[in-house]
Design a protein around this ligand. Structure first.
Ligand code: AMP
Length: 189
């Protein structure tokens, strides 16, 4: 099992790159944002709670998020490994992920970080908002999400560096070129 964390700011291309890696290697893919949006669509209580945070560009509380992640993970068959996309977003989430996987006899093999400058992220997300239908892809909420990323999520770069498994790659250029760099890292694991 090679579990990977794909990491980066909103709009850094985590979802796009995950899809290509799933196609190439057969990983399972957990996007916590997708899980929450599916709950909102289904009109569940969890979805109603999540929507209040998502629409404000804020993070869902760690305790709730960790439970959702564990339930999603345990429901998978798990073939070659799992790509975690959008999780962890805080240091307590990273600690919880490590503990959860360790209890299940596995761990995170690599954190793959897509590095993209803020002005490029803003432009990509504004463009995505024209077609994504996502309520949080508007200028005001994007600003909030980028601030949340810098304050609460970016400290995980040092956390994973200290774990000795952080691999940062430039997240701009062609989608295929970025993917080739990611594949080269994965092939060394
Ligand atoms: P994403 O699709 O990854 O950009 O996530 C969209 C929104 O879902 C985020 O802005 C958060 O409000 C929420 N969310 C997704 N993943 C997490 C997480 N790991 N922790 C807290 N909130 C999350």
């Amino acid at each position: 099992m090679k579990n990977l964390v794909i990491f980066g700011a909103p709009g850094s291309g985590k979802g796009t790159q995950s899809d290509l890696l799933v196609e190439k290697y057969g990983f399972d893919h957990i996007s916590t944002g997708d899980v929450l949006r599916a709950q909102i669509k289904a009109g569940t209580d969890l979805g109603k709670t999540a929507k209040q945070y998502i629409d404000q560009g804020q993070l869902i509380p760690d305790a709730l998020m960790v439970d959702i992640l564990a339930a999603t993970y345990d429901a998978l068959e798990k073939k070659v490994g799992v790509i975690f996309d959008g999780f962890p977003r805080t240091i307590p989430q990273a600690e919880a992920l490590k503990e959860m996987l360790s209890k299940r006899g596995t761990g995170v093999a690599a954190m793959l970080e897509l590095e993209v400058p803020d002005d490029m992220l803003m432009e990509r997300l504004i463009n995505r908002g024209k077609t994504s239908g996502r309520a949080d892809d508007n200028a005001e909420t994007i600003q909030k999400r980028l601030a949340v990323y810098h304050n609460q999520t970016a400290p995980l770069r040092d956390w994973y560096e200290a774990e000795g498994i952080r691999h940062a790659v430039p997240g701009f250029g062609s989608i295929e070129d970025i993917n080739a760099v990611l594949r080269a890292v994965i092939d060394t694991l």
